[in-house]
Design a protein around this ligand. Structure first.
Ligand SMILES: C[C@@H](O)[C@H](N)C(=O)O
Ligand SMILES: C[C@@H](O)[C@H](N)C(=O)O
Lengths: 159, 159
């Protein structure tokens, strides 16, 4: 695969909200984002993996300044839902390896996770797109994780 | 938000592999994708949500023709891991709403999930990027889901 990794971005300005044990049936995600939308909150990443026994977890990231308001909206919603639990992380670090020609994420993912693993950085969440592989890591490991990835992909820190 | 949704793509050519209960510690994702990479498998979407009690689930999609080989590689790896379970879905439908100006996914997500919910389509997985919100749905609902989204965003089917 002819892949060129052009940058590694570190975003330390977001927070994560997770609703664990949300009912895995039609219309539920719609309710979550209708509530969040009404609050005018800007959602960046939305991640939902496959569920189990009628339930699943849905996570999304918002700018830190929107966290409190978003939690109010989501908790209000969560009160109607038996078994659902709202959790959040005020500070997350979102690392993105950006490349062109990412028709397959195997190569970049393999190297990114290997570099993070070797730096003893745990990967908390993973998300992908046409041009990037993103990992959420703890803010305490963010700087060393960023450095490890820049080194792995032969890039120097910008700005 | 000034968002223009330009297309809704339906990809019915992929399969999903999930490793449930994978150890949530550094280096594990690296092992998974090293094994997959060695098999020359092209991975498209990788989704991992936040874990619980030292474990999490990681899912990824591959072209259907790569499924068998990928399962062999992943199961071989999974044998060393206590408590981890490999599951898969041979046929998934991946719907992506693509837009420009998606600085926030709230608006598009809200409408996409509302349209799917109204069409009684369950959202099995969610993934986002700068230009798209993607949802995995069952192949049996794929066509009606695609139609519902094209209608929601005022688009006609292409090709
Ligand atoms: C969990 C949520 O995504 C649900 N499956 C829905 O379709 O709305
Ligand atoms: C589950 C997997 O992502 C693990 N947390 C790792 O860092 O490799």
């Amino acid at each position: 695969e002819d892949i060129v990794v052009s940058e590694v971005q570190l975003d330390e300005g977001q927070s994560r909200i997770t609703i664990r044990g949300i009912a895995n049936r039609p219309g539920v995600a719609a309710e979550v984002f209708a509530a969040v939308g009404e609050g005018g909150v800007m959602v960046d990443m939305i991640v939902q993996n496959i569920g189990l026994e009628g339930r699943t977890d849905i996570s999304f990231t918002v700018p830190r300044s929107d966290l409190e308001r978003c939690l109010l909206l989501v908790r209000e919603l969560g009160e109607h839902w038996e078994g659902a639990q709202v959790s959040f992380e005020r500070e997350i670090a979102l690392l993105s390896v950006i490349g062109i020609g990412l028709r397959s994420h195997t190569g970049v993912g393999e190297r990114m996770f290997a570099a993070l693993g070797a730096a003893d950085v745990n990967v908390d969440m993973v998300n992908t797109s046409e041009i990037r592989v993103s990992a959420v890591v703890s803010p305490t490991t963010a700087k060393s994780a960023h450095a490890a990835l820049l080194k792995e992909f032969g890039l120097t820190e910008v700005g």
